[in-house]
Design a protein around this ligand. Structure first.
Ligand code: SF4
Length: 72
């Protein structure tokens, strides 16, 4: 199953913990809010991405399943 990262920018407090935990996929903008370099999470970073989502203090970062093409 492929997964992607998503950020709820309304809930996010912009302190940047996720970028410290997952710098391969998350950078911060000038105000400290996360920017996702790649939305799809490579399999090799799945564990780190799950940890970043779990540790987000505002529950603003989450992993979402990507639907497989051709499935209904
Ligand atoms: S850890 Fe969560 S609250 Fe903090 S910047 Fe990242 S998404 Fe926002």
């Amino acid at each position: 199953m492929k997964v992607r990262l998503a950020v709820d920018l309304i809930a996010c407090d912009g302190r940047g913990l996720c970028a410290e935990l997952l710098p391969e996929l998350i950078t911060l903008d000038d105000w400290g809010y996360p920017m996702l370099a790649r939305r799809q999470v490579p399999a090799v970073l799945r564990g780190e991405a799950a940890a970043a989502a779990r540790l987000c203090p505002k529950l603003a970062l989450r992993l979402e399943a990507l639907e497989a093409r051709g499935r209904r």
